[in-house]
Design a protein around this ligand. Structure first.
Ligand code: ATR
Length: 280
C-alpha cells in the first residue's frame, strides 16, 4: 500500500515547522500520511506542482512567495481563496487543482481559541496591505468586529484591499476603513502586524497611541522576525502574541480539508512551543 503524500512548497522552506506539525497531527488522529518540505526554484512553481501530482501527491501547503501563483494555477478556488487572491492550500483530486486559503481562519482561531479573546464588537487595526493582509481580512470581518482599519505605508494598496472587502464588511455589520500608517484617530483593542517591517530591521510601523491599554498586539510572524514588535507591544502595556499559533491553526484547517478530521491543534501548539523553547 502506498502512503498518502503531502508537502509544503516554498522558497525558502528549510526552517519550516509544517512537516513536524502535520506528522504530529497524523499521529494524534491515527492518520497514515507522509508530509515533507520542498524548496522550489523561484520560476519552477507550476512544474513542481505538476511533478508532485505525477508522484501521487494529494495536496500541498504553499508558502512565500508562491501563494499568488498557487491561486492562479487552481481549477477551482474557495470563496475565501478568491477574496484573498492567494492560496496556502492546494488539493489534487480527479485531475483538478483545488485552492483554498486557511491563513485567515488560522489567525482568528488562534486569537479566539488559544488566546481566548472574542473579536466580536472590537476595534481592529490590520497593518499592511500585501499578501499576508489579503489572506486574513475576510475571516477577520467574519468574526464580527465593530470596526477594522487597514493601515499601510502605501495608501492606495490599503484602499484597494478595503474596496474589495466592503460587501463582506457590510454583511457582517463591520465598519471598514483604509488609512496611512498614522492616519487613525482612536486606539484599537487588537492590532495585527502583517508587514515585513521587523524582518528588514525597520521600526514598528505604527505609533504606540494605536494601542488601548491591555490591547492584543499580534505579529503574524514568529521567531526573531516577530521579536521587535513583541518587545514594543510589551513596553507599551499591550499583550504581545506571535504567529506560531496561526501557523498551527492554518495547518489544522488544511489537515481537515485533506483528511476530514480536525486535529487537536491547541495541544500541538503547546508541544511546538516546548520544542522551540528547548532549542530544537
Ligand atoms: P506579504 O505577502 O508578506 O504581505 P508584500 O505583498 O510584499 O508581502 O507586502 C508587504 C507589506 O509590508 C506591505 O503592506 C508593505 O507596505 P507597502 O505596500 O507600502 O510596500 C509593508 N512593509 C514592508 N516593509 C515595511 C516597513 N519598513 N514599514 C512599513 N510597512 C512595510
Amino acid at each position: 500500500m502506498t502512503t498518502d503524500l503531502y508537502c509544503v512548497m516554498g522558497h525558502p522552506v528549510a526552517h519550516s515547522r509544517s512537516p513536524w506539525i502535520h506528522a504530529r497531527f497524523a499521529e494524534l488522529t491515527g492518520q497514515k500520511l507522509h508530509y515533507d518540505k520542498r524548496e522550489i526554484p523561484l520560476d519552477h512553481f507550476e512544474r513542481s506542482v505538476q511533478a508532485f501530482i505525477r508522484e501521487g501527491g494529494l495536496g500541498c501547503n504553499v508558502t512565500v512567495p508562491f501563494k499568488f501563483e498557487a491561486a492562479k494555477l487552481a481549477t477551482h478556488t474557495s470563496e475565501r481563496g478568491l477574496l484573498a487572491q492567494a492560496a496556502n492550500v492546494l488539493t489534487f483530486k480527479n485531475g483538478q487543482i483545488l485552492a483554498d486559503n486557511t491563513d485567515g481562519i488560522g489567525l482568528v482561531d488562534d486569537i479566539e481559541h488559544n488566546a481566548g479573546l472574542s473579536l466580536k464588537g472590537l476595534r481592529l487595526l490590520l497593518i499592511g496591505a500585501g499578501g499576508a493582509s489579503a489572506g486574513v481580512l475576510g475571516p477577520l470581518l467574519q468574526a464580527g468586529p465593530a470596526h477594522v482599519s487597514v493601515a499601510n505605508r502605501t495608501l492606495h494598496k490599503a484602499s484597494e484591499l478595503v474596496a474589495r472587502h466592503l460587501p463582506l464588511a457590510a454583511e457582517n455589520n463591520a465598519e471598514l476603513q483604509a488609512h496611512t500608517l498614522h492616519g487613525f484617530d482612536r486606539p484599537f483593542d487588537v492590532i495585527i502586524n502583517a508587514t515585513a517591517s521587523s524582518l528588514s530591521g525597520a521600526a514598528v510601523p505604527v505609533a504606540a497611541r494605536a494601542l488601548k491599554p491591555g490591547a492584543l498586539a499580534y505579529d503574524m510572524m514568529y521567531g526573531p522576525g516577530a521579536q521587535g514588535f513583541m518587545d514594543w507591544a510589551q513596553a507599551h502595556g499591550a499583550l504581545p502574541r506571535d504567529g506560531l499559533g496561526m501557523l498551527v491553526e492554518q495547518a489544522a484547517e488544511a489537515f481537515l480539508i485533506w483528511r476530514g478530521v480536525r486535529p487537536p491543534s491547541s495541544q500541538v501548539l503547546a508541544e511546538l512551543r516546548a520544542v522551540i523553547a528547548s532549542g530544537h
